[in-house]
Design a protein around this ligand. Structure first.
Ligand code: FEO
Ligand code: CA
Ligand code: CA
Length: 686
């Protein structure tokens, strides 16, 4: 630890200029941003919809009633004075380019678990120069992303469950040739990468000084990889398009891929979103069935090789070659549910929640006790989705209740969001300037795509909708958004917050222009929407919404911080993962790749009272890294941050690392716990 603090805190970021490194684009998203967005559907923007579907009269009727009920927290500043304060008192961390995790004065952090740390019995210590698949299958995976925390009652211990989104072959191995997808260690190198993907379950215990440390638990610790058998559930399970030579029943898949964010369920399980799964496959152009080929195109599969980030996995696992196994690509892109308390349980891919590039699936309960999962499809001009289960959650800890709850995500209604603005389209000029009514806001509806076995999309069966969800959503006029990431209900005020991370193609030639829910052209720094479901019921089919933040440098006139004084707030770019503390303050993790010339980090912002919009930076991550999580423990004494892809800077390699975090050697993606030091109030943020 001493070594880390000396090296880490002293090393400035050398030669790194703003903007996402090409390396991150290649390995994380298969260079999605270098291509035209795959949504070329002519589904209209809501400027058109407003005129077509919503008369001004009907809007005003809904709007006036709902505005009073739902936006009590959004009245003018004077009216809000005297409202409850946020309890956030930490001194913001200034923007910086240090090669360390930087926390506010009075706080400290410790690494809980690093890439390669042994977590299963018999796992060897990490050896960068001699990594093997056998070792990696028992060690913590690469590029940690979503973090969940499940307390083990009465023990001071907990289970930390973490996604491993992707591998960066150039930083994990010496001598990899990205043009040929080969390295001197092949094929073992490929097997290591398969094992470095997936999910880890790690037991942790509280430290006396604060934060948590890992326990090598024989009872709970688990690795799920790109080779772990998983069961498909729901209406599309067993569908012809999901059957392969190795799995003629179409119900068992090996592994999950590119698991980004996720969700916690009220019944105590872990959800994980398969995001940019297209980039692992080759030869989509060789698939004979034109419907299947068109579907692959809509999800961004390359004709032959991926244009970038070619890993050569099909040389070890033939199924990644679509010329040989044309259906394998339809078996990824789902929300995966894991029971973290049962290491023998088979992870389940729930087709009822649709197949898209799933960011996450934060889950809550409707007023009548049904499961509601909010989901973003993270690509430019893609959609926001919601799933509502048919059945209610059973209360209690009986085995019967648990078995029932584990089936909730197998049947329900899948919706896609349509947003309508309330201001004239000519006032939405793309500059970020507020329209004359003073807000980017409006109404919206959840348009059903499928309910159980019933499809609402003409010409598509329920199973087809759930496999080709993007194509189904195109047909019902869903609103094209600026890369939907985490969408999560605030348990304190009941509103739902949606991170739209950025979209530099908004308003570019041949692409959709600004609309009131995505109001900036060339939206480099993203925004956050605040959604109020009708009747404060997550199962509602109508909602109101408003823009809560337009991110960027507060000196940039296109930014907006819920009306708060911009001189007081921290610069922020590319909101990605969200969380809430006990008072309902919103915590935001960013994934900007240095778009403002500063490292990524965590931010906290009150959503109510006189400090609504007062956004402050809480933490920054090392050079080249993205801040993931955030996860706040129920006692609010610890916040976990997954430091993903430290040192992922163009030109970096094991011979020339851009970061030496956390230990002074090769950079290692790691989860850290952050806590307060000294006496007094120990709650994070206070
Ligand atoms: Fe993996 Fe949507 O970020
Ligand atoms: Ca408006
Ligand atoms: Ca993310």
């Amino acid at each position: 630890m001493e070594e880390r603090s000396v090296i880490g805190r002293a090393l400035p970021l050398a030669g790194h200029t703003g903007g996402r490194s090409a390396m991150t684009c290649i390995y994380r998203c298969g260079n999605a941003c270098a291509h035209e967005a795959p949504n070329t559907s002519d589904n209209p923007y809501f400027g058109d919809i407003l005129g077509r579907a919503l008369s001004r009269r009907s809007f005003l009727k809904l709007g006036a009633a709902a505005a009073v009920v739902l936006y009590a927290g959004a009245r003018p500043a004077e009216a809000r004075r005297g409202g409850r304060r946020s309890g956030l008192t930490f001194e913001p961390v200034p923007p910086n380019s240090l090669d360390d995790v930087v926390v506010p004065d009075g706080y400290d952090y410790e690494v809980v678990v690093r890439w390669g740390d042994p977590i299963l019995p018999g796992a060897p210590e990490f050896d960068f120069e001699n990594q093997t698949a056998e070792a990696q299958s028992k060690q913590f995976g690469y590029n940690c992303d979503y973090v969940a925390f499940f307390p083990l009652r009465g023990s001071g211990r907990a289970l930390l469950v973490v996604n491993h989104e992707y591998t960066n072959t150039e930083l994990m191995f010496r001598g990899f040739n990205p043009a040929t997808g080969t390295s001197p260690e092949d094929p073992e190198r490929i097997r290591v990468e398969l094992m470095a993907h997936g999910i880890s379950v790690v037991e942790v215990r509280g430290r006396r000084r604060g934060g948590y440390e890992m326990v090598r638990s024989r009872r709970y610790n688990r690795r799920i990889t790109a080779m772990t058998p998983m069961r498909l559930t729901g209406p599309a399970a067993g569908h012809e398009w999901l059957r392969t030579e190795a799995d003629p029943g179409g119900r068992t898949v090996l592994g999950c891929l590119n698991n980004c964010a996720g969700g916690l369920t009220p019944w105590g399980t872990y959800l994980s979103g398969e995001e940019n799964f297209n980039q692992y496959f080759v030869n989509a152009g060789a698939v004979e069935d034109p419907a299947k080929r068109a579907s692959y195109e809509r999800y961004g599969f390359g004709e032959t090789l991926p244009d970038f980030g070619y890993r050569g996995w099909e040389r070890v696992e033939e199924r990644f070659d679509l010329a040989r196994e044309p259906n394998e690509g339809f078996r990824f892109g789902y929300v995966v549910e894991v029971d973290p308390f049962d290491p023998e349980s088979v992870p389940r891919k729930h087709t009822a929640l649709g197949r898209v590039k799933h960011e996450g699936a934060e889950t809550t309960l409707s007023r009548d006790g049904r499961a509601v999962s909010y989901m973003g499809d993270d690509e430019r001009f893609e959609y926001v989705y919601k799933f509502v289960s048919s059945r209610r959650m059973a209360r209690g800890n009986s085995r019967r209740a648990r078995e029932h709850n584990l089936t909730l995500l197998e049947e329900g209604t899948l919706y896609v969001a349509r947003f309508s603005g309330d201001s004239p389209q000519q006032e939405i000029d793309g500059s970020g300037e507020l329209p004359s009514d003073g807000a980017f806001d409006g109404t919206g509806e959840w348009v059903p795509l499928v309910s159980g076995e019933e499809s609402f999309v003409p010409g598509m069966s329920a199973a087809e909708v759930l496999i080709n969800t993007r194509l189904a959503a195109d047909r019902v006029g869903a609103t094209k958004m600026d890369r939907p990431e985490d969408i999560e209900r605030n348990p304190v005020n009941g509103r739902v917050y949606a991170a739209l991370t950025n979209n530099t193609r908004r308003g570019a030639a041949g692409n959709p222009g600004p609309d009131e829910a995505n109001p900036r052209t060339n939206n480099k720094h993203g925004h956050v929407l605040e959604i109020s479901e009708e009747g404060d019921d997550p199962a509602a089919t109508r909602f109101r919404w408003r823009v809560f933040l337009l991110c960027g440098d507060p000196d940039d006139p296109s930014t907006y911080f819920a009306g708060y004084d911009k001189d007081q707030v921290s610069p922020i770019s590319s909101p990605d993962n969200l969380a809430f503390d006990r008072r309902g303050n919103l915590w935001i993790a960013t994934d900007s790749g240095g778009a403002l010339g500063q490292n990524d980090g965590f931010f906290a912002v009150p959503v109510e009272g006189p400090e609504r919009g007062y956004l402050r930076q809480f933490l920054t991550v090392p050079v080249g890294a993205e801040a993931c999580g955030p996860r706040i423990t129920p006692d609010q004494r610890t916040i976990f941050c997954a430091v993903q892809h430290p040192g992922e800077v163009d030109g970096a390699s094991p011979d020339n690392p851009a970061s030496r975090w956390p230990d002074g050697g090769q950079p290692r993606p790691s989860v850290v716990s952050v806590f307060k030091t000294g006496r007094g109030e120990r709650r994070i943020g206070s």
